[in-house]
Unconditional design. Structure first.
Length: 525
């Protein structure tokens, strides 16, 4: 008798040839067509196998983002304590190497290997695919990020608001499509480069290092909270529903696109993608937002001046409706007022805090949605099995009987698989919860309790952490570019157009509503 593996999705072989399944599922023995299928339970799991998830809870990619962020926070505190200067890209006009004309940039010689070693340690620990080839790919990804930051420091390019995120995505996409010319890599990256394409890990580390400063938030907190929290959750849900029902975009992508538009760009996209189990659907929304943010950065400051808005109102407006923190500061800088810069930064920080609770809510809501779907699927399968068992008869022709019993076996296996997915809601909530939010809270608490109350020290620690955070963010933008294939975009041109439509509609509404809230908050409150 031959032995084959039964897959509940694929076509099953004739009844007489089946005697076993793989060890991960129950074994089904069918000695003949006249006997009923019997299910033999798999061997019991060992203690380590049974409790592996709890014993090694710390050794997951999402937790490693917290560990790496906290380690860098400690390193930064030590550097500031010993007066080690922060690296900085200086503006340049003709010679690009003028951007390194400061002693602090010697720190890049330490930062480059430190970032790579910690990420490599994480990938090695979790045994990520091709982890041993990570260093080669990391050198190239870091080099692209470095070139992107150098270009963004050019005076002319900076005045056009073409930040490093744009260049990182462009260079990453060009490199990806150069590899696509070769037949071997048309549908995938070479393993050594794929190992360094860690979009979610990079952006999660950058979020852990944001270090929210309560002393800066406190004076403007009530008004900033009014601008950034009143409309954001409502508009996020309404526009996600609009994208799903009206534009017919799939629900997960619509949620990610809407959240990224109304909260904080790529950070919100990654957080929501993790919360609803769709990290692979974040690249396109992030790329669209990165490109479409440029007109907002350039236009909004001039619109604010044309409307004679005060610096406070203008800054709050920029902070509430421009997507990323760097873009917000750029828009406020074009406006040209220190008050506008400070206000925009505070409003954006308050909006960034919204990532945490919104991720929890979306994780809970999506877990309930999935559990309801799996429960319904299980009920449907049980109904089909009951109906088939009633119609089975030994008087049937042999071929018909074999076909019905084979289909019944396939549905039994599918039912077992569906029932395994019916995990307790709290367990699903915890598994889906973006763990970097915990790291984000820990570094914020450490920053506001452990770091010296001296204003210069706090400013230096905050700026240094933000500098490293921006490095990891740029690495994530390179990784996003590496995921963009021009041929794939051509094939999905309609989907791309729908996403752009959703973004434009959402951004126009966001600009109007946030402008009104900013005017009310900083005029009458």
């Amino acid at each position: 008798m031959s032995s084959e593996i039964i897959d509940p999705i694929q076509q099953a072989p004739p009844i007489g040839t089946v005697n076993s399944l793989d060890s991960s599922s129950s074994t089904i023995n069918i000695p003949s067509t006249s006997s009923k299928p019997t299910i033999t339970p798999p061997p019991p799991e060992t203690f380590i196998q049974k409790h592996k998830g709890w014993l090694l809870w710390w050794n997951l990619e999402e937790w490693w983002a917290c560990w790496i962020g906290i380690i860098f926070f400690g390193i930064v505190c030590g550097c500031v304590k010993h007066d080690i200067p922060q690296p900085e890209f200086l503006p340049w006009r003709t010679n690009p190497f003028d951007t390194f004309a400061t002693h602090g940039n010697y720190g890049l010689l330490v930062l480059f290997p430190a970032m790579g070693l910690l990420v490599w340690l994480a990938l090695t620990s979790i045994q990520a695919p091709n982890w041993s080839k990570f260093p080669v790919g990391y050198v190239l990804v870091f080099f692209i990020a470095l070139i992107s930051k150098m270009l963004a420091s050019n005076v002319a390019i900076k005045s056009a608001s073409l930040g490093d995120s744009i260049w990182a995505i462009i260079f990453g996409a060009v490199l990806r499509n150069l590899f696509s010319i070769r037949q071997n890599y048309r549908d995938r990256l070479p393993p050594w480069l794929k190992a360094a394409q860690q979009t979610e890990l990079y952006i999660a580390i950058s979020l852990v290092l944001l270090c929210i400063d309560i002393t800066i938030l406190r004076p403007l907190a009530p008004r900033a909270l009014f601008v950034s929290w009143i409309d954001t959750p409502t508009l996020f849900m309404v526009l996600a529903f609009f994208g799903y029902k009206v534009l017919k975009i799939d629900l997960q992508t619509s949620i990610i696109m809407s959240g990224a538009t109304f909260i904080c760009g790529s950070s919100a996209a990654i957080a929501l993608g993790a919360a609803i189990g769709a990290p692979s659907k974040t690249e396109m929304p992030i790329a669209i937002i990165s490109v479409f943010t440029i007109p907002s950065i350039i236009a909004l400051p001039y619109v604010a001046k044309a409307l004679y808005l005060s610096p406070d109102v203008s800054g709050a407006w920029f902070g509430g409706c421009v997507d990323s923190t760097g873009a917000v500061i750029a828009a406020a800088s074009i406006y040209g007022d220190k008050t506008a810069i400070n206000t925009s930064a505070v409003v954006k920080m308050m909006q960034n805090v919204l990532i945490g609770p919104l991720s929890v809510v979306m994780t809970w809501a999506w877990a309930r949605h999935e559990l309801k779907a799996t429960k319904q699927e299980a009920e449907d399968l049980e109904t089909m099995l009951d109906a088939e068992s009633e119609t089975n008869s030994t008087s049937m022709p042999m071929e018909e009987l074999e076909r019905k019993q084979t289909n019944q076996l396939r549905r039994q296996l599918a039912l077992q698989k569906v029932k395994k997915q019916q995990t307790k809601p709290l367990v699903v909530l915890w598994n889906r919860f973006p763990k970097f939010v915990i790291g984000f809270v820990i570094t914020a608490i450490l920053f506001n309790t452990v770091v010296s109350s001296d204003e210069d020290t706090r400013t230096n620690v905050n700026n240094f952490c933000f500098y490293i955070s921006e490095w990891f963010s740029t690495l994530s933008f390179v990784s996003i570019g590496l995921a963009l294939q021009f041929n794939e975009l051509k094939r999905n041109i309609r989907h791309l157009g729908l996403l752009c439509t959703l973004y434009v509609v959402a951004q126009m509404i966001d600009i109007a509503v946030t402008g009104l809230l900013a005017w009310i908050a900083f005029t009458y409150m």
